[in-house]
Design a protein around this ligand. Structure first.
Ligand SMILES: [Zn+2]
Length: 108
């Protein structure tokens, strides 16, 4: 009944840019990406860890880690599903709701 999972995702966050790749030793397309790991309880609650932005060579995956704050400033939104970003908040909200229902029922 209770589903627990974890995983890792790499999400492209913008158009590729051409750069010289030291490993391929030629100009290749570099893809800006968000890479993160996540843990998940059921399909509703989750959390994200190990989040980082990177610029990776599309051929050999060699790349650079990008500055998180600077990269997020250039994004419309952080491409992490809502339930993973705010899953723990949802959990707290439901717990609070449950607690208030309990107290209302038991008041008077
Ligand atoms: Zn390369």
């Amino acid at each position: 009944m209770f589903y627990i999972g974890q995983g890792e995702r790499t999400v492209p966050i913008g158009p590729t840019e051409e750069r010289h790749c030291p490993r391929c030793d030629e100009a290749t397309a570099f893809q800006p990406q968000l890479k993160y790991k996540f843990g998940q309880f059921d399909l509703l609650f989750g959390f994200v860890y190990g989040k980082r932005y990177q610029l990776a060579c599309s051929q050999c995956n060699h790349g650079w880690v990008l500055d998180t704050k600077e990269t997020e400033r250039g994004l419309d939104k952080v491409p992490i599903p809502f339930h993973l970003r705010y899953g723990s908040l949802v959990l707290v909200a439901i717990a609070a709701l449950g607690a208030s229902v309990y107290f209302v029922r038991h008041a008077g």
